[in-house]
Design a binder for this molecule. Structure first.
Ligand SMILES: C[S@@+](CC[C@H](N)C(=O)[O-])C[C@H]1O[C@@H](n2cnc3c(N)ncnc32)[C@H](O)[C@@H]1O
Length: 522
């Protein structure tokens, strides 16, 4: 069975050849030249497979186990016998070729078991009568006859869509059955419409059987954990194992999918942010989850404080810190984001990271060893006229340079935490000079908006940000950027707003004049 898994926004759609290499030749028929072998028997072949007639919805509704034998079907196809030299000529004839079997891995041309000088070309029809006149004429003049083949197709030969279309009720608005799911490690999660729910176990069984990468299929239930943003899930098929490992941004992440937030669809956004931050910079990841920003940034050589309120996220972020060997450049905490923002300034100032010299990669070492001239084989300390390259020591800025806030439902409402952020340290010797040289931090705050056009979306987001920051957030601000992340629902977009924290806010000493209690749109 040939599978292609097309990756689109981390959502996987299954495609399958309609024909597989396990097509079985059951019966070979007569081979008289120019003779049509149409006969009573199995169904004719449509251009796209129709469903096995005996599969009935009422039989399958509510079933939890998949009976693969229900999908067995026999189809008859016409084969055209051609002598060696004629094969290429006929196949390159457009008229003939468009009627040959050309789908998936099923070979259109097979050896003729009865004559080694000939080949059999499989056609899309079951008899010559179904071919246009000009094709029949062509066959008559070029071929050494025709025959029919009866193919036995089983569960493995049908695509996921074909199988699901046969077991799900037809919805006039929906041409296709749900054959897509989001893959997180070995877990596939499906988003099922209400009308598919009576068939959820069967749908999950089909997906499980059709995709080798899957060990577990889950359905997200409606309730989202409001605080920690993960969904309740029910296991529909496979092992009830929610502990999974995924790779992203060159790091591995292990977590319990049922207890923390993870969204594979954010992979590109994670990578965009990671690339925008330079090695050696300091980062405070306020709502870090299990670390999809924090861990790769730490691996890149940034100095990162990773924080989350969910103890489970923190537990797995620590595990991922260890697994990815980033203990020197990532510190993990479990606090409320607002508290963490204020605390992070003190942490960078009072407990700066040790400058981190990443060990040279093995291949660099071996390159250096290879290039050392005059080294006898096996010598451990070769005399080297070229000194080893000096490893650059990265300075550790004692102030945060980036705040990442990915809690789009409410992150804008945390902006009040920046009011007077630097005020407690303003009189510390060297602090103001350091801020002048390093710069004020960039704030990257994620949010949702129901405004779907860019201009109203920008207005909406800036207004809400301004109200809580107590400062006018607008495109003319330093380093302002409003990056569209993705459409999360038909009428809801996710954005990342970036701006440089204004000195008026960072060093503010007066009482906070903003609207801290404002709720974000969701
Ligand atoms: C949408 S997830 C983002 C996780 C991760 N940064 C990512 O990009 O996948 C939001 C995270 O915020 C955490 N969270 C929720 N409320 C919080 C709060 N008040 N303070 C800190 N973290 C919070 C949740 O536990 C969750 O891990």
């Amino acid at each position: 069975m040939l599978w292609r898994v097309a990756h689109s926004r981390s959502s996987f759609k299954l495609y399958q050849s309609r024909w597989a290499n396990r097509l079985a030749i059951v019966r070979a028929m007569s081979t008289a030249a120019g003779h049509s072998n149409a006969e009573a028997g199995p169904s004719t072949l449509p251009s796209r497979f129709s469903l096995p007639a005996h599969i009935s919805i009422s039989n399958l509704e509510g079933r939890k186990e998949l009976d693969k034998s229900l999908f067995d079907v026999r189809v008859k196809i016409l084969t055209v016998r051609l002598e060696g030299p004629n094969v290429n000529r006929m196949i390159s004839n457009r008229l003939f070729r468009q009627h040959t079997l050309d789908i998936g891995r099923a070979k259109a041309i097979i050896p003729d078991p009865s004559d080694r000088n000939c080949k059999l070309v499989r056609m899309k029809v079951s008899s010559e009568d179904e071919l246009p006149e000009d094709v029949r004429e062509l066959i008559k003049s070029e071929a050494n006859g025709t025959s029919t083949e009866e193919l036995v197709l089983g569960f493995d030969d049908w695509s996921t869509s074909e199988i699901l279309n046969s077991i799900l009720p037809k919805d006039s608005n929906d041409e296709f059955a749900p054959s897509s799911f989001t893959l997180t490690g070995h877990i596939g999660h499906v988003n099922l419409k209400e009308e598919w729910l009576p068939y959820k176990y069967l749908i999950a069984q089909v997906m499980l059987h059709k995709n080798a990468a899957l060990r577990t299929v889950v359905n997200k239930l409606d309730q989202i954990n409001a605080a920690y943003r993960f969904f309740d899930m029910e296991v529909l098929a496979g092992e009830p194992d929610m502990l999974t490992t995924v790779s992203e941004s060159g790091c591995s992440f292990t977590f319990d999918f049922s207890k923390v937030y993870w969204n594979s669809r954010l992979q590109h956004e994670h990578e965009r942010m990671i690339q925008s931050i330079q090695r050696g910079e300091t980062v405070a990841d306020v709502m870090a989850g299990v670390g999809p920003f924090a861990v790769p940034l730490a691996k890149k050589g940034c100095y990162v404080l990773g924080n989350d309120l969910n103890p489970e996220s923190v537990k797995w972020m620590r595990k991922n810190q260890e697994n990815n060997k980033v203990q020197a450049t990532l510190r993990v905490t479990e606090s409320d984001g607002r508290e963490f923002i204020k605390q992070s300034v003190m942490t960078f100032w009072n407990h700066p990271f040790e400058p981190y010299n990443p060990a040279p990669k093995n291949k660099d070492k071996s390159k250096r060893n290879r290039s050392a001239p005059g080294q006898p084989p096996g010598a451990t300390h070769p005399p080297s006229p070229t000194p080893p390259p000096v490893l650059k020591t990265l300075a550790t800025p004692q102030v945060p340079q980036h705040f990442i806030m990915n809690l789009p439902d409410s992150a804008l409402t945390f902006l009040d935490a920046f009011w007077g952020l630097y005020a407690p340290l303003a009189l510390e010797p060297g602090f103001e000079e350091l801020v002048k040289s390093v710069g004020l931090p960039l704030v990257h705050v994620y949010c949702f908006t129901r405004e779907l056009d860019p201009a109203p979306a920008e207005r909406d987001i800036c207004e809400r940000a301004s109200a809580v920051l107590a400062y006018t957030v607008e495109p003319s601000m330093a380093d302002f950027k409003l990056h569209p992340v993705r459409r999360v629902a038909p009428k809801k977009d996710m954005y990342c707003l970036t701006f440089r924290l204004p000195a008026e806010v960072a060093f503010a000493t007066g009482p906070y004049p903003g609207e801290a209690s404002q709720q974000d749109a969701h």
